[in-house]
Design a protein around this ligand. Structure first.
Ligand SMILES: [Zn+2]
Length: 114
């Protein structure tokens, strides 16, 4: 095995360490908004969650994200994050998460081009 360096990040909900690209970044932007940043390109403080609805629900319910990002999440941002979380598959439900993630990223990249 080659010791190739893979950047790892920890999911703030389940505390599992995974390769960065297998997690969704959530960013607190410079103007204080909190949003999902699946392409990982926005400037600001970031936290990571698995592509797993369970982690999203737990992080939003327990204010784990607020703690990780050291901010208060406004109602609108919270609603958008919940909506995003609802679109994420539950792990172990038979969905191929890797494949699903690729499609989701394609959709998001297309939307951001418009
Ligand atoms: Zn997780």
């Amino acid at each position: 095995m080659s010791p190739k360096h893979i950047p790892m990040r920890t999911c703030v909900a389940c505390r599992q360490s995974r390769p960065k690209r297998e997690l969704v970044r959530i960013v607190r932007t410079l103007d204080g908004q909190v949003m999902a940043d699946p392409t990982g390109k926005r400037a600001g403080r970031g936290a990571y969650l698995c592509w797993d609805r369970k982690c999203w629900e737990s992080a939003l319910k327990k204010k784990t994200l607020e703690f990780a990002l050291q901010t208060h999440i406004g109602r609108d941002d919270q609603a958008k994050l919940e909506e995003f979380g609802q679109s994420v598959p539950v792990s172990g439900s038979g969905t191929d998460i890797g494949l699903w993630r690729q499609q989701a990223l394609k959709t998001i990249a297309g939307r951001e081009k418009e």
